[in-house]
Design a protein around this ligand. Structure first.
Ligand code: GAL
Length: 448
């Protein structure tokens, strides 16, 4: 293992623990099946004194998710490979069209009596209603046997899986949305240097346009226009402002001059992306990969696309965390939930899948392809690319550099209303900054 990466990662674990994100004092008691830091092998999860049942094999388990881009498909194939290696079969239930399209399908299948074996949701509050309705499995016993509280970092990820003290999901990654991805070719073609921050990017836009490029690639789905705005909140106004708006839901602040500056930047982003009419985020990333667009504001899952296209960070593309202004990372990402099933073998195979998702090997293989950071602090990320290393270095700076995702801070209902506003703002150039900010402040005041 590369010692610098090991040290950096150890430092992050230390920082997250110091931030109250981990309890290193908790240790597995003698006689418990799995040692701390190890994931028990399927079938070896019985408590001391009990006879372990053999692990189920030959079971088909349908897993739903919205990972359909090239990079996402490569990453999810690692989860399938690991589960299939247990002698069971991953039945892929990919739903195209983004999380906003997939989640209602997943929810209606679970509530309508046609549950899948496991399903993806984002870290946060998207499955809260399902948990309250009693249709998702309580994984607390498995989590206790396998010491999830000790191995998952930061602890806030497991907290978002927890309701009334019980654990309902397996976090599989840490994703941050706070990035600008730049095409080195586009800037070379335009004869200007690759920008190092948002202001330089805006200043370079006329040269890009002159060279026939679209300055900013922007997918039109509403979650993506909102992502651009929320990333601009941190870049222009800073992480404290972000927390005041989305965390404390401070209406006066959301209506004030700091956020007006953010809306002015969003207005620039709207103009720079006016000719970008694609819907899906990976279509926008493809424009950057080809050099047809200068850059894209997008989460670090974009790295998967650059990797699949054979591009190299630093040479072919450049990544600017926090848009090169306020470098922060977010604890966004994905978790798997397991609906209650009547079939006993499938129910036991669900536990096998949950275990496998958290194994060291799967965590590394999956996250390197996904562009995300593993949820375990005890794995080797030596082969991380330059952008992921930048992300790890920011995490190591400590709590001041780590923010929560809007999905963790708002209910799905409030998030949908904010999404609607930004879809409209980006689609309608006639909507003024003043009108948009007023509506935004009202939504924030009413948000839960
Ligand atoms: C997010 C998810 C990521 C990424 C992205 C685009 O909700 O957390 O894993 O895949 O959607 O599909």
């Amino acid at each position: 293992m590369n010692s610098r990466t090991t040290i950096a990662f150890a430092a992050i674990v230390g920082v997250l623990a110091a931030a109250g994100c981990g309890k290193s004092s908790e240790r597995g008691k003698a006689g418990e099946a799995a040692k701390a830091g190890e994931t028990a092998k399927p079938g070896e999860t019985a408590k001391a004194g009990e006879t372990a049942k053999p692990a189920p094999t030959g079971v088909d388990l349908e897993v739903t998710h919205w990972w359909t881009s090239g990079g996402e498909a490569a990453a999810v194939a690692e989860l399938a490979k690991a589960f299939n290696a247990t002698g069971n079969r991953w039945v892929d239930g990919a739903i195209a069209g983004s999380g906003d399209t997939a989640r209602p399908v997943m929810i209606s299948r679970i509530t309508g009596g046609d549950p899948m074996g496991a399903t993806q949701f984002n870290h946060g509050r998207q499955a809260e209603e399902l948990v309250k309705a009693g249709v998702l499995r309580d994984l607390t016993d498995l989590a206790t046997r396998e010491h999830w509280k000790e191995i998952i970092r930061p602890a806030s990820l497991l907290d978002t899986c927890t309701l009334d003290g019980k654990i309902y999901c397996v976090p599989v990654n840490i994703h941050s949305q706070q990035w600008l991805w730049l095409s080195n070719k586009a800037f070379k073609d335009a004869g200007v240097p690759v920008p190092t921050n948002w202001d330089e990017f805006v200043a370079a836009a006329p040269a890009l346009e002159k060279a026939g490029k679209i300055p900013l690639a922007q997918g039109r789905q509403s979650w993506q226009t909102t992502l651009t705005f929320s990333v601009l909140v941190v870049a222009i106004a800073g992480p404290d402002a972000y927390n005041k708006v989305f965390g404390s839901k401070d209406k006066a602040f959301a209506a004030g001059p700091e956020i007006t500056k953010v809306f002015n930047a969003a207005d620039q982003a709207r103009k720079l992306s006016a000719k970008s009419t694609v819907q899906d985020w990976n279509q926008a990333t493809a424009m950057v990969i080809k050099g047809d667009a200068g850059g894209q504001i997008m989460g670090d899952w974009a790295q998967g696309e650059f990797q699949v296209a054979g591009q190299k960070a630093g040479t072919d593309y450049t990544c600017l965390p926090g848009l090169g202004v306020h470098e922060v990372m977010q604890t966004a990402g994905d978790a798997f939930y397991f609906p209650k099933l009547k079939d006993e073998a499938k129910s036991r195979a669900q536990e096998t899948l949950a275990s496998v998702m958290l194994s060291k090997e799967t965590q590394v293989a999956f996250n390197l392809k996904k562009g995300s950071v593993p949820v375990r602090g005890d794995v080797d990320v030596n082969t991380a690319n330059d952008c992921m290393k930048k992300g790890l270095a920011i995490l190591a700076k400590g709590p001041g550099a780590i923010i929560q995702a809007t999905d963790q801070l708002m209910t799905p209902d409030s998030a949908t209303q904010v999404n609607d506003l930004f879809a409209e703002f980006f689609a309608k150039p006639e909507m003024t900054v003043k009108a948009a900010q007023k509506r935004f402040a009202d939504l924030i005041a009413a948000a839960k």
